[in-house]
Design a protein around this ligand. Structure first.
Ligand SMILES: *[C@@H]1O[C@H](CO)[C@@H](O)[C@H](O)[C@H]1NC(C)=O
Ligand SMILES: *[C@@H]1O[C@H](CO)[C@@H](O)[C@H](O)[C@H]1NC(C)=O
Ligand SMILES: *[C@@H]1O[C@H](CO)[C@@H](O)[C@H](O)[C@H]1NC(C)=O
Ligand SMILES: *[C@@H]1O[C@H](CO)[C@@H](O)[C@H](O)[C@H]1NC(C)=O
Ligand SMILES: *[C@@H]1O[C@H](CO)[C@@H](O)[C@H](O)[C@H]1NC(C)=O
Length: 461
């Protein structure tokens, strides 16, 4: 990986500061080469396929959910570039993490700290594999679609009508920090996954689930249509306040998850009622998270001295991924969205000037590498740069079972509150005790940081 900052400064001095990944956003070969360079450096961090290691895990400080997110982008990578170099590792990781738990992405090692949002990010990876016709799962595993259905069906059973009029709690285990929090990553994640399953399988049950969750989200205090920027989305709220006092932290992926879900469900139902919230959330996304040059800034953490947490460094990648998806599935938004993608891609490439121009920073508005590196930075640069292959190579939109998808589902997979995996699954016998209480995965640190960015928000806007 990268040398020290000092080394880099020296090198760039010698080279006359002509730095940054050189990429022509209108040329397929250039885009593929840049994507390959960035993906290579990201995957170099992954050790899960080495002997004695566990597939689907990244080393510290990366949480388990981030590995799911990384493989989601690697599924996309193959779709965009056609480069199969990482397919084997990706299929293995998805199957391993799903398979340790009756195909529900609740592996024993994670159950203590796993939240609904952590689980759903792995389901996004398997759903992408279904929609993009990724090489099939290993022998003996259910289809990618079934893995995603398992997760949704399990989460349907976690619907909690007793507080805040419904929705999902962030955490699954009642002893975890965050069990009293209802957040967009979990509820929006459910909405997004249900919308994808509705579109992919055509099963009406998923349309109903999408509607039910949307009704909850859009009538909650996490959804604020009365702002000059557009529809603002807040991170979450605690059940003790009846979810009435939201944590107003601004994280782009909360917007991105909803934009993606709205695009899928609109594309499937063709019902124009989805367009107004879609445009409202998109407006807020552009007004809040992009500078006047249309370059993305993760405003909830990026401008601060402390910067973004390990989780926060990944957020741009999802928002950008699902904006691009929206441009495909809701064609009338394409002309609005693409200028933000190309401007951010160009800026991200400039930040990829660490080491031998393969290490990316995340302050995309800075003209030179910010000296940081990590999986989140690589993931975000990869997501925004490789997406340009959609227009250059005229790639087909994600498939459905009606338009060539081959990953058959099983609508009753994983149903019922008692569903805990196949016989002998460790999850069956696992009892969570107080001693097991562990820090939750995604967002624990951010929950605390939320107060901070709330302050920033008031100052800045
Ligand atoms: C859980 O951890 C144990 C011990 O490190 C390991 O043997 C097992 O493969 C892990 N399971 C998964 C799904 O990573
Ligand atoms: C692990 O995956 C990486 C990336 O696909 C690959 O370069 C490496 O050879 C793989 N290692 C093993 C032991 O399979
Ligand atoms: C989004 O912003 C555009 C341009 O400012 C405006 O015309 C449109 O009405 C807005 N849409 C919504 C739903 O807020
Ligand atoms: C759904 O997406 C496809 C693929 O991009 C597109 O051709 C179609 O027009 C979209 N449907 C609607 C209702 O916009
Ligand atoms: C579908 O899932 C249900 C519930 O897990 C299971 O009983 C059934 O065997 C599955 N059907 C197929 C065809 O795999």
């Amino acid at each position: 990986m990268a040398g020290s900052v000092a080394q880099w400064v020296l090198l760039s001095f010698v080279a006359g500061f002509a730095y940054g990944l050189n990429v022509d956003l209108t040329a397929a070969e250039s885009l593929k080469e840049a994507s390959s360079t960035i993906a290579y450096d990201m995957m170099a961090t992954y050790t899960g396929n080495q002997t004695g290691d566990n597939p689907g895990n990244l080393p510290e400080p990366y949480y388990w959910w981030e590995t799911g997110a990384m493989f989601m982008h690697m599924v996309d990578y193959y779709y965009y570039t056609g480069d199969p170099s990482y397919n084997e590792a990706t299929v293995q990781a998805i199957c391993w993490q799903a398979g340790m738990s009756g195909e529900t992405f609740m592996p024993e090692n994670q159950t203590k700290s796993e939240g609904n949002d952590d689980q759903v990010f792995w389901a996004f990876a398997s759903m992408a594999a279904a929609e993009l016709k990724y090489p099939p799962p290993q022998e003996g595993y259910p289809s990618y679609t079934e893995m995603a259905q398992n997760v949704l069906n399990q989460q349907i059973e976690r619907w909690d009508p007793d507080t805040c009029g419904g929705g999902l709690r962030w955490q699954i285990q009642s002893l975890n920090v965050g069990y009293n929090y209802k957040n967009i990553a979990s509820n929006g994640g459910f909405f997004h996954l249900a919308a994808r399953l509705a579109r992919y399988t055509g099963n009406e049950k998923y349309v109903e689930q999408t509607e039910k969750m949307w009704d909850w989200i859009s009538s909650s205090a996490l959804y604020d249509p009365g702002t000059p920027q557009g529809i603002r989305i807040y991170d979450g709220a605690s059940v003790e306040t009846g979810c009435k006092k939201p944590n107003t932290a601004q994280y782009s992926y909360n917007y991105g998850i909803l934009i993606g879900g709205l695009a899928y469900i609109y594309n499937h139902t063709k019902d124009s009622k989805w367009l107004e919230p879609l445009h409202g959330i998109m407006n807020a996304t552009f007004n809040i998270f992009f500078n006047p040059e249309k370059i993305m800034v993760e405003v909830g953490c990026e401008p601060f001295d402390a910067g973004c947490s390990t989780d926060g460094l990944t957020f741009k990648s999802f928002t950008l991924r699902w904006l691009v998806l929206c441009a495909q599935l809701v064609p009338e938004t394409a002309d609005i969205i693409w200028p933000y993608i190309t401007a951010s891609a160009q800026a991200a490439a400039r930040q990829c000037s660490g080491d031998d121009n393969d290490v990316c920073g995340y302050h995309w508005t800075d003209p030179t590498w910010d000296g940081t590196q990590g999986v989140g930075q690589q993931m975000s640069a990869l997501a925004v740069i490789q997406a340009n292959l959609i227009t250059v190579d005229d790639l087909a939109a994600p498939l459905t079972l009606d338009t060539g998808g081959t990953s058959k589902g099983n609508a009753s997979a994983g149903t019922g509150p008692e569903y805990t995996g196949p016989e002998g699954s460790p999850w069956l016998t696992k009892k969570i005790t107080t001693g097991d209480k562990a820090g939750a995965g995604i967002l624990t640190a951010l929950f605390l940081a939320g107060t901070l960015s709330g302050t920033y928000w008031i100052l800045a806007y």
